[in-house]
Design a protein around this ligand. Structure first.
Ligand code: FAD
Length: 332
């Protein structure tokens, strides 16, 4: 969210510095699956789908521009997703019809042909390169320790590399946003929710599309990598992986794709999602500090929502019209 926001601001001529505690693009946005859709959109409130659907519509151009400008391919691909039972078929079909969302009934489930994916680490590399190409400065190893405010404005940030000051400040610290904000967080209710993933490698993709069954998904990458995810765990800021999650993911994945039995897990990792009530992010200006903004709390769908979320934030900063009602995302 930080890099995408920076790229959006740079494109409109602003000078931008990104302060990153560790290395840029290595946390949740790196760890995720890169499915560009809510898992079962019919299970989510309109506030989530509004932002996700707009993100999905903007993503092709967003990824295309990144690839064209940087030469790094984020592997945006409209591969489709097969949803397997159990799920509410009637509700799913009604929702797809109402939203003009492609859906094909198959004997084994419902195929959603318009759902795309990206390859997260490549997307992060491309975004980073784009930010630097547009003249942005990325300062790594620079944890923001404190937001120092007075008289209704942020004066400066106290960081591991000294004080930084700017005209405006945007918090995009993912799962850590609330900690960073401290007393200024107000109702931005964001907390870490851990997700674990497994990785396999085939010579060629073992599936032509994403497969989803309840919370378990299989994502085939173009080069034969297969991701299996994921868990939803309230484990604080602990990013460890567990044997229990590995066994559960493995067992459920083998049930869907028996060829996985006996195959080595080549990587197992965990990421911390910026969890928020109802999966509704907070985007916009602080109600009391006039030069403080936030773009965080996207929980399970931050990659999907990113182009739309940046659009909403830039409109809020510029005072330009929004594409839809953004009141659910306001910082209260
Ligand atoms: C296992 C898993 C699967 C997922 N699958 C999908 C999916 O398929 N599709 C989808 O759309 N979304 C998915 N997500 C969710 C998505 O990854 C997140 O919503 C999104 O990445 C959040 O982006 P972010 O920039 O807010 O957070 P992050 O990517 O975590 O970035 C926050 C950054 O802030 C930095 N930071 C933190 N504190 C400070 C500080 N004090 N000072 C300076 N820097 C700081 C961190 O180091 C980090 O680089 C998944 C997430 C996980 C974990």
């Amino acid at each position: 969210m930080g890099l995408a926001t920076a790229a959006g601001l740079l494109r409109q001529g602003a000078a931008v510095t990104v302060l990153e505690r560790a290395a840029s693009g290595r946390e949740s946005s790196w760890a995720g699956g890169g499915i560009l859709s809510p898992l079962c959109p019919w299970d989510y409130p309109e506030e989530v789908n509004r932002l996700a659907l707009r993100g999905m519509r903007l993503f092709g151009d967003f990824a295309g521009e990144l690839q064209h400008a940087t030469g790094i391919d984020p592997e945006y691909r409209r591969c489709g997703m097969l949803v397997l039972p159990p799920f509410d078929r009637d509700r799913a079909r009604q929702w797809c019809t109402a939203h003009g969302f492609g859906a094909e009934v198959r004997s084994e489930g419902l195929f959603l042909p318009d759902i795309a994916q990206v390859r997260n680490p490549r997307l992060m590399q491309a975004l980073r390169a784009r930010v630097e190409q547009l003249g942005g400065r990325i300062v790594e190893g620079c944890a923001v320790d404190r937001i120092v405010a007075e008289a209704g404005r942020v004066g400066h940030l106290a960081t591991a590399q000294g004080d930084f000051s700017a005209t405006a400040y945007i918090v995009t610290a993912g799962a850590w946003s609330r900690v960073l904000l401290g007393e200024h967080a107000l109702q931005a209710d964001i907390k870490p929710i851990r997700g674990q993933m497994l990785l396999f490698k085939f010579d060629a993709p073992p599936l032509p599309h994403i497969v989803l069954q309840k919370d378990l998904y299989l994502i085939p990458r173009r080069d034969g990598h297969l991701l299996v995810g994921s868990t939803l765990e309230d484990a604080g800021f602990d990013k460890s992986t567990t044997g229990e999650a590995r066994a559960m993911l493995l067992q459920r994945a083998i049930a869907l794709l028996p060829v996985l039995r006996g195959m080595p897990v080549i990587q197992h990792w965990a990421g911390l999602r910026p969890g928020s009530p109802g999966n509704i992010p907070t985007i916009g200006r602080h109600p009391q500090l006039s030069n403080l903004y936030i773009n965080s709390g996207h929980f399970r769908y931050g990659v999907t929502m990113s182009p739309a979320s940046v659009e909403v934030l830039l409109n809020a900063i510029n005072g330009t019209p929004q594409p839809f009602d953004v009141s659910p995302y306001l910082w209260r």
